[in-house]
Design a protein around this ligand. Structure first.
Ligand code: G6P
Length: 368
C-alpha cells in the first residue's frame, strides 16, 4: 500500500488514531437536528416502504459481525423492530423463515467477503430488500445491494479492523435513530441522541489519551497466554471485539463473554495467570457488573477494568484501570473499544508480532 504512515509505526496504530475523524466522517451530512433524525442519501426507499419493515436481519463476518450485534441492541431499543444477527457463513446455507417485510443489511468493510456476498444474494433471491453498510466504494457487495450506507472511513490497511468497526457502529446508531423516528422515538429523544453523537469525536479523542497508560499495562500482562473479556449490554459485543483483536494480532487465546454468563463456564478458567478485562463504564446495571468483577477477584484472577473517568470504586477493586470518558450507555462501544484496540496493539508489539499482517489472516476473505 502506498498510503502514508505519517508519524506512525504501523497502519493499525495510525487507523486507531484516525477514529475521531473517521467517526465524524460517518456522520457528516447525515444529522438533521431540526427534525431530530438522520438522513441517508443511498437507501433508495420511500419512508412508506421503510415504515413497513417488520423485521431486520443483519449479516456479516468477523469484526463486522460484532458491529452488527451492537446494531441489534440499538435498533431494537430505538426503533422497536426485531433484529436478528446472522453469521453470513451460516445464513447462506440456512433457510430461516423471514417475513416478506424483512429487510436485510450486509455489513462489510471491504464489500468483498465471499460469505457475506453469498448470504446477501440468497436473501435477494427470496425477494428481500438487501442493503449494504460498507466502506469500500463500488465494491461487489455495494454494487449488488439495492441501496446502502457508506462508512467514508478511508482505506483500512491493517488486517485487524479498527476504524471500520467504530464507523459501522456510528452508522448503525444513525440508522436506529432514523428508523426510530419513523416509529416510536420522540422528538426530544431524537435530539438528545444527536447532541450526544456530535460530541463523540471529541470523546474518542479523549479516550485516545489512555495510550501511555495502556502501554504500561500491556507490559505487565504481555507474557500471559489466556485472557477473558467481559462486558454486558452494549459492552458485550465490545468484549467480543476486544478478545478478537488480541487473538488476531498477538496470537493469545482470548474469550469474550457477557460478564454474567461467565459463571456458567469461563469462571473455571480464572487463576492468577488469566487476566480478565472488564468493560465496566457507568450504566444501569453497573452494580451487577461490579459484582461479576468481584467474583473474578475472589478467585485470584487479575482484573483490568475499562471504566469511566472518576470511578474510584473500580480503582479499589481492579488491579489496573483504564479510564474513558463518560458517555451515554448506547454510545459506550465507540469509546470503550479504543483502549481494547490499543491493548491488543501493544501486547502484539511486545510479543514481536507483525501487527499489520498477522499470520493466517487476510484483510478480506474472498474465498469460501
Ligand atoms: C476478515 C478480516 C476481518 C474482517 C472480516 C470481515 O476476516 O481479517 O478484519 O472483520 O474479514 O470483513 P469485511 O470486509 O466483510 O468486513
Amino acid at each position: 500500500a502506498d498510503i502514508d504512515l505519517g508519524e506512525y509505526e504501523h497502519y493499525m496504530l495510525k487507523e486507531i488514531f484516525e477514529q475521531p475523524t473517521t467517526i465524524e466522517n460517518a456522520m457528516r451530512g447525515r444529522l438533521n437536528y431540526d427534525e431530530a433524525t438522520a438522513i441517508f442519501g443511498g437507501l433508495n426507499l420511500s419512508s412508506q416502504q421503510l415504515r413497513q419493515i417488520d423485521r431486520i436481519v443483519l449479516t456479516a463476518c468477523g469484526t463486522s459481525w460484532h458491529a452488527a450485534l451492537v446494531g441489534e441492541y440499538l435498533i431494537e431499543e430505538f426503533a422497536r423492530i426485531p433484529v436478528e444477527v446472522e453469521y453470513a457463513s451460516e445464513l447462506r446455507y440456512r433457510n430461516p423463515p423471514m417475513s416478506d417485510q424483512t429487510m436485510v443489511f450486509a455489513i462489510t468493510q471491504s464489500g468483498e467477503t465471499a460469505d457475506t456476498l453469498a448470504a446477501m444474494k440468497e436473501c435477494k433471491r427470496k425477494g428481500h430488500t438487501t442493503m449494504a453498510i460498507c466502506n469500500v466504494v463500488g465494491s461487489t457487495i455495494a454494487r449488488e445491494a439495492d441501496g446502502g450506507i457508506y462508512l467514508h472511513a478511508g482505506p483500512e490497511i491493517g488486517v485487524a479492523s479498527t476504524k471500520a468497526f467504530t464507523s459501522q457502529v456510528t452508522v448503525l446508531t444513525l440508522l436506529a435513530l432514523y428508523l426510530g423516528r419513523m416509529r416510536h422515538l420522540s422528538y426530544s429523544a431524537g435530539q438528545n441522541i444527536i447532541r450526544k453523537l456530535k460530541d463523540i469525536p471529541k470523546q474518542v479523542e479523549k479516550a485516545l489519551e489512555c495510550h501511555e497508560a495502556v502501554k504500561t499495562i500491556a507490559e505487565k500482562y504481555a507474557s500471559m497466554n489466556n485472557f477473558l473479556y467481559l462486558g454486558r449490554l452494549y459492552n458485550f459485543p465490545v468484549a467480543l471485539e476486544g478478545a478478537l483483536k488480541l487473538k488476531e494480532i498477538s496470537y493469545i487465546h482470548a474469550e469474550g463473554y457477557p460478564a454474567a454468563e461467565m459463571k456458567h463456564g469461563p469462571i473455571a478458567l480464572v487463576d492468577e495467570q488469566t487476566p480478565s478485562v472488564f468493560i465496566v463504564p457507568r450504566c444501569g446495571i453497573y452494580p451487577k457488573v461490579i459484582s461479576n468483577l468481584q467474583e473474578v477477584k475472589a478467585r485470584k484472577g487479575p482484573v483490568i477494568a475499562i471504566a469511566c473517568e472518576g470511578d474510584d470504586r473500580v480503582a479499589e477493586l481492579a488491579d489496573d484501570v483504564i479510564y474513558v470518558p463518560d458517555v451515554d450507555e448506547c454510545l459506550q462501544p465507540l469509546v470503550a473499544s479504543i483502549p481494547l484496540q490499543l491493548l491488543a496493539y501493544h501486547i502484539a508489539i511486545l510479543r514481536d508480532c507483525n501487527v499489520d499482517r498477522p499470520r493466517n489472516l487476510a484483510k478480506s476473505v474472498t474465498v469460501e
